[in-house]
Ligand binder design. Structure first.
Ligand SMILES: O=C(O)C(=O)C[C@]1(C(=O)O)C=C[C@@H](O)C=C1
Length: 162
């Protein structure tokens, strides 16, 4: 289903940008976890949900998974960069001006795709269609195991069945 494919592709881009988030924080005092930023994201998407005809609790659950998947990638990369210093990123992007604005746009896109795919996501076929979309996105984006696992986790609550 093309609808779920778009949603899945945006989720993949969000787990891929975790590379830039990790590069921005690695070797700095900024921790991977930023509960204040997380709450801002969750409050913002919850506030926009009703206007899009979406259940706020479901939207919050979906974005919690997006954030957890992002952290999974960041932690995986930290481990990789610690064990293999040769794989460390060469530069340090600025989180506030270069990385978070991209995440904000991805969040907006994901929210509107949740609205676009509402019907597809309540169908009984959703799990199977989502699995196909995830495999396709994996292949098209050439995700490694870390990012592929994170993508799967990030969309695990996308099928709502209500
Ligand atoms: O913006 C950050 O600092 C991130 O690490 C990204 C992100 C997210 O996925 O949006 C993930 C973990 C943080 O706790 C907050 C937000």
């Amino acid at each position: 289903s093309p609808g779920l494919r778009q949603l899945t592709d945006l989720a993949a881009r969000r787990v891929q940008i975790a590379d830039k988030v990790a590069a921005a924080k690695f070797g700095t005092p900024s921790p991977i976890d930023d509960p204040v930023r997380e709450q801002q994201i969750l409050d913002s998407v919850a506030a926009k949900a009703p206007g899009l005809g979406l259940d706020a609790a479901g939207v919050v659950r979906f974005f919690r998974d997006q954030i957890e998947a992002n952290k999974l990638v960041q932690r995986g990369l930290y481990a990789r960069w610690t064990e293999q210093p040769g794989t460390r990123p060469p530069g340090r992007p600025d989180l506030g001006t270069e990385v978070r604005p991209v995440i904000d746009r991805l969040n907006t896109g994901l929210l509107s795709e949740l609205a676009e795919t509402r019907d597809a996501r309540v169908r009984r076929s959703c799990d199977a269609r989502l699995a196909v979309a995830v495999r396709l996105t994996d292949t098209r984006r050439g995700l490694d195991r870390l990012h592929s696992v994170a993508l799967g986790e990030s969309v695990r609550s996308a099928c709502s069945r209500r």
